[in-house]
Ligand binder design. Structure first.
Ligand code: ZN
Length: 57
């Protein structure tokens, strides 16, 4: 599946650094904190790992 690279250029990491995101084989990776983000059905899931587990502690 071809991803719209132009759209991803507008995205920034959700962490306080707001670094650039680069496309990897199976998702996106932030250049600021090296966090991996999944891309599901072409939509990047921009949640920090701590946000994903925030409700369960
Ligand atoms: Zn970051």
């Amino acid at each position: 599946m071809a991803l719209e690279s132009k759209a991803f250029e507008l995205l920034a990491c959700p962490c306080p650094h707001h670094g650039k995101l680069v496309q990897t084989g199976d998702g996106l990776r932030s250049l600021c904190c090296a966090t991996h983000f999944d891309v599901i059905d072409g939509i990047p899931v921009l949640m920090l790992p701590e946000a994903k587990t925030g409700e369960t502690r």
